[in-house]
Design a protein around this ligand. Structure first.
Ligand SMILES: [Zn+2]
Ligand SMILES: [Zn+2]
Length: 402
């Protein structure tokens, strides 16, 4: 708050007042809770992880911690998040700066590292003073596993060559000119540990330096295929070339372990509805699932296929109400009103429901709905979904599970 006030003239307040902004900040920061083992906790100190305010406030807080120490005698003083590097003329100066930093808050306790063999590590490089100037080179922590995508892993060769290029480029960019070859060798060792066999002495250019031609023609078609190995892609490209088809082949990644294992829809496993027909039939929580393609069958055998991005129960409840009172004015335009009038003399309809598929991606869901309507030859659908499906086909990349 003090800093906000101090710099209030430099800030664009977007027609809000100081009081409004600080009240909003307080509201956001006080609501700092998390759940663990189904219990809710309020965080007493610190900022919530993932809060958008957290990084900015951490920077402001650290600024107030380091401000007094910066004014003490130093040659250089840099900080990245919570890593600080300080160079000073003597050990006494350094001790003074260190004590000053540590005396600013009871909650921030800094530790310090001293140079080993003359080199002081900081972030991903290490530095030393040599001939009155600072030199630096790439640094890997001894505890670092140095894991990269392995060369023998099933990834496109282009991705692997980018890993090689980027690792070497990072290593070199962390180095002053006299240490570039040290850093490059370190990078090559890390790469070798991950199965990349790259020899610097090779006369012919290594695979990662081979130029890949980039097509600049924007009018060509794009053909998306699941990644099935470089050989398969190459063969497909060659065949397209053979038939003089101006088509660019793009490989799509398959499902990652994260896609398969991570579940972040915890609210879809509970049910708050009384006598829930959906959960009774399909299992607890199914009424809250979003992205369902469903089939509603009238007891005469005719059926309707639909989809919804909302929780399934909310959409199904609308159908249920229309079926219970098909002749009510508000439902007069529904398929059920029409069906009841034509086949059941305007009486209430007895219906059953099935979940056909669950798909969260709206485009894919609408296309699947269209496919299912066509496949089941649903009599109650007006087939508008089919033209919608065709429009959407042009807008998506179809994943390999499709
Ligand atoms: Zn339910
Ligand atoms: Zn019917």
């Amino acid at each position: 708050m003090y800093k906000l006030k101090k710099h209030s003239k430099d800030i664009d307040w977007y027609w809000m007042t100081f009081y409004q902004v600080t009240s909003l900040l307080r509201a956001c920061l006080d609501f700092n809770s998390f759940s663990f083992n189904n219990k809710l906790y309020q965080q007493g100190r610190g900022l919530a992880m993932g809060s958008r305010l957290a990084p900015m406030l951490a920077v402001i807080y650290m600024d107030s911690i380091e401000f007094p120490a910066r004014s003490l005698s130093n040659i250089c003083f840099y900080r990245y998040i919570d890593d600080i590097i300080v160079l000073a003329a003597s050990k006494e100066d350094l001790n003074e700066i260190f004590q000053c930093l540590n005396s600013q808050s009871n909650f921030i306790k800094l530790t310090r590292e001293e140079p080993t063999n003359g080199w002081l590590p900081f972030l991903n490089f290490e530095l030393r003073i040599q001939d009155n100037s600072i030199v630096h080179r790439w640094y890997r922590k001894p505890s670092s596993k140095n894991l990269l995508v392995r060369f023998d892993s099933f990834h496109p060769i282009k991705q692997k060559s980018n890993i090689v290029v980027n690792t070497i480029r990072t290593a070199k960019s962390c180095s002053t000119s006299d240490n570039k070859s040290y850093s490059e060798n370190l990078a090559l060792r890390v790469l070798e540990k991950n199965g990349y066999n790259i020899s610097k002495q090779k006369s012919n250019r290594p695979f990662y330096q081979k130029r890949v031609s980039v097509q600049t023609n924007v009018d060509h078609c794009i053909m998306t295929i699941p990644f099935m190995g470089d050989m398969v892609t190459k063969r497909i490209r060659n065949i397209l070339k053979e038939f003089e088809l101006d088509t660019q082949v793009v490989e799509l990644k398959g499902r990652s372990l994260k896609d398969i294992l991570v579940k972040n829809r915890c609210f879809e496993s509970t049910c708050n509805h009384r006598d829930c027909r959906i959960c009774e039939k399909f299992g607890i929580g199914k009424c809250n699932v979003k992205g369902v393609i469903y089939k509603i069958t009238c007891d005469c055998g005719e059926f309707y296929i639909g989809e919804t991005g909302r929780p399934f129960e909310s959409r199904f409840a609308e159908h249920r109400r229309a079926c219970n009172k098909p002749m009510t004015k508000s439902y007069s335009s529904s398929v059920w009103a029409k069906h009841s009038k034509e086949k059941h003399g305007g009486e209430a309809l007895v219906i059953d429901v099935d979940i056909l598929e669950v798909e969260r991606n709206t485009n894919i869901r609408k296309i699947r709905e269209g496919v299912l309507i066509k496949h089941h030859n649903s009599s109650l659908n007006n087939k508008e979904e089919l033209s919608d499906m065709i429009t959407r086909l042009g807008t998506i990349q179809i994943p390999n599970s499709f």
